[in-house]
Design a protein around this ligand. Structure first.
Ligand code: FMN
Ligand code: SF4
Ligand code: SF4
Length: 413
């Protein structure tokens, strides 16, 4: 039998058998779905955000989704115009009770969104009574652009602090505040949540975006009976933005709270990236919408193999290791200089590096039309490595360090 590493982690004082959870969305819409996710290996679920129908009537438009395709690469991002759950609160609470009763060893997180103080208090109490281990406060849905809910609340420091405080006073279970990325700086909002008593921060919710336009009828997609709107964008394309926010939250000494990372996680390597940037817990939606709950099997196996190969006993040994390397650009060592190196034996003579260096870099790449081989003028090369990025042959272009004193081009002096 294959050995498996110990992937367990503690987050908000709760033990998770592995860091992998569903994020709040249609992948955790009701008990039957969540039960299948638990059975597949997910350690926790963040249930689809609950609201109170007496305060706000949720209307989910149709069609509500559009995928971002780039050339032949499909679904590199997903735009959705979905709001919080439209199921009656009593049905959802019944499902939470059933899930905790049948899966006591798994983690149940209830995501909630109120429209006024008493909603937040009521939803928190109902979730706790139903058996939720943790609450997640949805301050970040771009489609619930109500003045007292959704990402507008998530941009309002006072509201975030006040609502978090109300929730903390209404229940005893730990509270995560889920941040919107639709803001320049997340730190002040996360600090407001901390002042309100939040035990952890999760990031990111979806990014407001327009993914496509029908050029025949001039309507952006999804085309909702002739109209559209910049709505929530998720999936692999948002991962770089999510990684930035997660590292900033982790590196902020003022925040000093555990972080749950969300945004574009599909593989164990994505998961590892977020752990290295400081996350202790990981959440997924779009990857599951595309490939199903089964992706967790590869995540568990991949992360476990990585740990065994490197003799890592616990995830706590690697959490934040890459975040420690992140500095302000002003702190870079600009005396360090590289130039590119072409491996002539590997060069297939496509000329792509030459074109890119000519028109997008420092005209340092040479291309011999007879032999169809690329080579580098080291005195002109600024070491940007655009040529390496465009070369279709893996490892054909690499770089080497050079003595800065010998480099004469203007880019570094
Ligand atoms: C169709 C859809 C519905 C979503 N609904 C919710 C929601 O009800 N509550 C919430 O907090 N986040 C919601 N989200 C955001 C996700 O939980 C997650 O933060 C975001 O999709 C980024 O993660 P991903 O790239 O793994 O999808 C939704 C996302 C999608 C795609
Ligand atoms: S590293 Fe930049 S400047 Fe140097 S050859 Fe490549 S593209 Fe040109
Ligand atoms: S891009 Fe790569 S393969 Fe193409 S010419 Fe340049 S070095 Fe050769």
């Amino acid at each position: 039998m294959k050995t498996q590493a110990d992937l367990s982690i503690e987050f908000c004082g709760v033990r998770f058998e592995n860091p992998f959870c569903l994020s709040s969305s249609p992948v955790g819409n009701h008990a039957e779905m969540c039960a299948r996710a638990y059975d597949a290996g997910w350690s926790g679920i963040v249930y689809k955000t609950l609201g109170l129908e007496k305060s706000f009537k949720v209307v989910i438009p149709s069609p509500r989704l559009n995928a971002l395709n780039v050339f032949d690469k499909r679904f590199i991002g997903l735009q959705n115009a979905e709001q919080i759950t439209d199921r009656p609160i009593k049905d959802n609470i019944k499902d939470l009770v059933w899930l905790k009763k049948n899966y006591p060893q798994k983690v149940l997180i209830s995501s909630i969104m109120g429209f006024e103080d008493k909603d937040w208090a009521e939803l928190a109490k109902m979730s706790e009574d139903a058996g939720a281990d943790i609450l997640e406060l949805n301050f970040s849905c771009p489609q619930m652009a109500h003045k007292t809910a959704g990402h507008r609340t998530g941009q309002d420091f006072h509201a975030v602090e006040a609502f978090t405080e109300i929730v903390k006073k209404s229940c005893k279970i730990p509270v995560i505040a889920k941040m919107t990325p639709n803001i320049t700086d997340m730190i002040p909002v996360a600090l407001a949540a901390k002042r309100g008593g939040a035990d952890a921060i999760s990031a990111i919710n979806t990014i407001r975006a327009i993914t496509d336009i029908d050029i025949n009828n001039f309507t952006p997609l999804p085309n909702i009976h002739g109209h559209s709107s910049p709505t929530g964008f998720s999936g692999p394309s948002v991962k770089p933005v999510a990684m930035r926010f997660v590292s900033e939250l982790y590196n902020s000494k003022a925040i000093n709270l555990p972080v749950s990372a969300i945004g574009g996680i599909e593989t164990w390597i994505d998961a590892l990236h977020f752990l290295l940037l400081g996350a202790t817990n990981l959440q997924v939606t779009t990857g599951i919408m595309r490939y199903g709950y089964r992706i967790v099997e590869d995540m568990i196996e991949g992360l476990s193999d990585y740990m065994i190969e490197r003799n890592i006993q616990s995830l706590t040994q690697i959490i934040g290791k890459a975040a420690q390397k992140i500095v302000d650009p002003s702190e870079f060592n600009t005396r360090f200089q590289v130039v590119s190196v072409v491996d002539e034996a590997k060069c297939i003579g496509c000329g792509q590096c030459y074109i890119s260096c000519q028109d997008g870099a420092n005209q340092a790449m040479k291309f011999d039309k007879q032999s169809r081989k690329a080579s580098v003028d080291e005195e002109r090369c600024v070491g940007c490595m655009l040529c390496k990025l465009v070369c279709p042959v893996w490892d054909c272009i690499t770089h080497k360090e050079v003595d800065t004193a010998k480099v004469r081009h203007a880019a570094i002096f």
